[in-house]
Design a protein. Structure first.
Length: 422
């Protein structure tokens, strides 16, 4: 893929906000509850941080001063302000971003995707969004929107929604970390992986509401007191789970292609471990020597990538388990319905078999013959009724002995409930 760029597919999930206004449990990747978006603070559409050993400081996006020799730049931009960041990136890196990739960065419906050129890499990653309603009967809508990353040897660009809370909170944490001499991301790839990890961890907000709704549908499906009729809502819940599964697969494909691209650039061999500041000093020699401009992934970055892949796998696995549980509940619902129908039909069949000989006797004595045994006898009616009662009682005893007469599932359940209460 190096040396050429292709515009990715434009079909995908519908764009939506990824920040929920309702109070909810805070996941590990969530920003603090008092974090504000750039829209809240009135921040400019393009923010640039220069990250170097022991320091992280903002720089003017329109400045023409040369970049420091050590470190790298983080350009954070909004895709609501089209291409406001392009001039800044060209000045910092000397690289022109292709128009196809700029169009992909402005497409709010773009699926997770990876592409690269000789000078940079582009990763589109769709984050999870959810607005769970208070009513469990209303299906949860899984909404996503993309964040686009451009990786250069000494620069990383994040193009994301202006009302996102996560990235401004991370930017503030990095500024605070530099102030207190805490560890900073050593390379652009590490910074990107931190943002991606926070996006995937937002699934923790989604897991519990979806599980609660699944349990609600299971109770509704298996409730013997009333038939289940809300099939459209159940199918919508299943469709949302399938959507989450497809989203996870797209994310895994994008990360895997990015990792494979780095391995292909360096022939499957990693560079020797170096100090993090030195890893951003040698970008100028790559173009002239014919060597790849983007460095290989170190062991530490491989660990971070594997950890991120594992988190996405957990998201996909949980979605698959929930989808399987819904299908199992539907099958159990139909099995229980068929079982109750069979019990009802068996009871009706026994009743029909019991009254069939009685109907035959009444039919015989209803014939209009002049001479019939017992017709003119004062005790004939009582003898006939006694015979009919004996036949019916005998058939009931026979069916009971053969276990043809059993309590229905509904009644047996109520009997068991009364026994437990006692």
């Amino acid at each position: 893929m190096a040396g050429a760029a292709l515009s990715g597919p434009t079909g995908g999930a519908t764009a939506a906000h990824d920040d929920d206004e309702r109070p909810r449990p805070r996941a590990s990747g969530d920003p603090p509850r008092d974090a504000k978006s750039d829209l809240d603070t009135g921040a400019p559409p393009v923010a640039v941080l220069w990250i170097a050993p022991g320091r992280c400081e903002p720089i003017d996006a329109g400045s023409t001063a040369p970049a420091p020799e050590r470190g790298y730049a983080w350009v954070d931009a909004h895709y609501e302000s089209p291409r406001a960041w392009v001039e800044t990136v060209e000045r910092l890196t000397g690289v022109t971003v292709l128009d196809e990739h700029l169009s992909d960065a402005e497409n709010a419906t773009h699926p997770s995707y990876f592409d690269s050129t000789r000078d940079y890499e582009m990763i589109v990653f769709r984050g999870l969004a959810i607005r769970p309603g208070p009513d469990p009967e209303e299906p949860i809508r899984i909404r996503t929107r993309p964040t686009v990353f451009f990786l250069f040897p000494r620069c990383v660009v994040s193009v994301r929604p202006a009302d996102s809370h996560q990235v401004p909170a991370l930017r503030q944490r990095m500024l605070d970390a530099a102030r207190f001499k805490q560890r900073l991301p050593s390379r652009p790839e590490e910074l990107m992986l931190r943002i991606l990890n926070g996006m995937v961890d937002r699934y923790l907000d989604l897991r519990q509401p979806v599980t609660d709704q699944l349990e609600y549908w299971q109770r509704e499906l298996l409730d013997p007191r009333r038939p289940f009729r809300d099939w459209l809502s159940l199918l919508e819940a299943r469709r949302q789970l399938r959507k989450l599964e497809n989203l996870s697969e797209e994310q895994l494909d994008a990360l895997q292609e990015w990792r494979d691209e780095r391995l292909d650039r360096h022939g499957g061999h990693e560079e020797p471990a170096r100090h993090w500041a030195d890893a951003t000093d040698d970008t100028g020699s790559a173009a002239g020597s014919g060597e790849p401009a983007l460095p290989a992934l170190t062991d530490a970055l491989e660990v971070r990538v594997n950890d991120l892949v594992e988190h996405i796998e957990r998201v996909r696995g949980h979605a698959q388990r929930l989808e399987t549980s819904i299908e199992s509940a539907v099958q159990l619902h139909f099995s229980a319905t068929a079982h109750r129908t069979n019990q009802i039909m068996r009871t009706l069949t026994v009743l029909t078999a019991t009254f069939m000989p009685l109907t035959l006797i009444t039919g015989i004595f209803g014939m209009n013959f002049e001479v019939m045994p017992g017709v003119h006898s004062p005790a004939g009616f009582w003898w006939t009724m006694a015979a009919m009662g004996a036949i019916a009682l005998g058939l009931v005893v026979f069916f009971r002995a053969r276990r043809y007469l059993e309590e229905t599932g509904l009644r047996s359940g109520s009997v068991r409930g009364r026994r437990r209460r006692r």
